[in-house]
Design a protein around this ligand. Structure first.
Ligand SMILES: [Cu+2]
Length: 363
């Protein structure tokens, strides 16, 4: 007998209609006080994510909302800086279930800064960025940085390090990993804010990176299926390493080395995937909502580790079935995904398409 994994495409129509469940960082807060809508924050025109880590837009987003602010936010070491995120650039939209961001968009929150000569005019290119804060996954609670941001109505805050006085750009970033099991499908959201650090700080971090350059599409924190064997977006209870450098130290010591970026996101196990022909060839963004295809085709792709290790389910094999529910919001309902023994596992296949998968034993 042989075992294989059968997967069926799920919820194409919903996936196609929820692609705009994104977010903007549009306003800075200092010690809980709004600095003014779009004051010193260069928000993008669109809340669509950047998905190409080699794009120049990965630094400070592009194209920018006009006019681009030339204001500068004043901060001091020890201040709490807040990045305010919302689905719409105007701010909170009560009643909008995707505000501040769709709850499916699990992933880390991060902030970087870079020294500049003049924060009012720097466009963010060619800078030496250091990470000042990150919140990834708390494996004890299953909560991601994005969950903290949502719980705080879109405000995600961190402490300004003991930086030397002067002008900086501050890059606030949210990374949504709900489709990140496929290369190029992690969603990066960011805006840069112009800040002027006052006071008598002394820190000038040397552990810097460039944007683009800091991230690779195959970094383990970027190419990753976050759905554990329970089907929940908990990374299977395993620790998550956010992309980029470690948070810079401001005590003179260098930051501890992070785990190497060895390819741990997939193993050389292939899954048998049966998909409707008319949608299998569609792009992930322009998914044909039709589910009436009468023919099917079989392809294979590498399985994420969490999928390769599953062992318990054994539903009946046979013709693929279309499972209802929103692939973009896998945990938004109380019934999906169900336990492994009854309903399989959600996962992302080639082109970012969503599948519900089952282990099947052939005799
Ligand atoms: Cu989105």
């Amino acid at each position: 007998m042989a075992k294989h994994i059968a997967c069926s495409l799920i919820s194409l129509a919903l996936a196609a209609t929820t692609v705009n469940a994104h977010a903007f960082f549009h306003t800075g807060y200092v010690n809980g006080v709004s600095q003014g809508h779009l004051f010193g924050v260069r928000a993008p025109q669109s809340n669509n994510p950047i998905q190409d880590v080699s794009s120049s837009a990965i630094a400070c987003n592009s194209p920018l909302n006009q006019p681009v602010s030339t204001d500068v936010i004043e901060v001091a070491p020890g201040d709490k800086f807040g990045t305010q995120w919302n689905h719409n650039i105007a701010g909170a939209s009560p009643g909008d279930g995707d505000d501040p961001i769709a709850a499916s968009h699990k992933g880390p929150m991060m902030a970087y800064m870079a020294k500049v000569d003049d924060a009012a005019t720097s466009d963010g290119s060619g800078l030496k960025w250091f990470k000042v804060a990150e919140e990834g996954l708390d494996t004890s609670t299953g909560k991601w940085g994005v969950d903290t941001m949502i719980a705080n109505k879109g405000l995600w805050s961190f402490t300004i390090p003991n930086l030397a006085a002067g002008d900086y750009l501050l890059r606030g970033e949210a990374l949504a990993l709900h489709s990140a099991g496929s290369k190029g499908e992690a969603q990066f959201y960011m805006s840069c804010a112009a800040v002027r650090v006052t006071g008598s700080g002394t820190c000038a971090p040397t552990d810097t990176v460039s944007f683009p350059g800091a991230y690779s599409a195959t970094d383990p924190g970027i190419l990753i299926s976050i759905y554990g064997s329970s089907g929940q977006p908990d990374n299977g209870g395993k620790a998550y390493t956010a992309p980029g450098p470690a948070v810079a130290k401001c005590d003179g010591s260098s930051a501890p080395a992070k785990p190497s970026s060895a390819s741990s996101a997939s193993v050389s196990v292939s899954a048998t995937v049966t998909t409707a022909n008319n949608v299998a060839s569609s792009s992930s963004k322009g998914v044909d909502a039709s589910t009436s295809a009468a023919t099917y085709t079989t392809t294979t792709f590498a399985l994420p580790t969490t999928m390769a290790t599953m062992t318990s389910s054994k539903p009946a094999a046979g013709k693929p079935t279309t499972t209802s529910g929103s692939a973009d919001v896998p945990s938004a309902t109380g019934t999906s995904p169900a336990t492994p023994s009854s309903s399989g596992y959600p996962m992302t296949g080639p082109g970012g398409k969503k599948f519900m998968c089952y282990e099947v034993t052939d005799f």
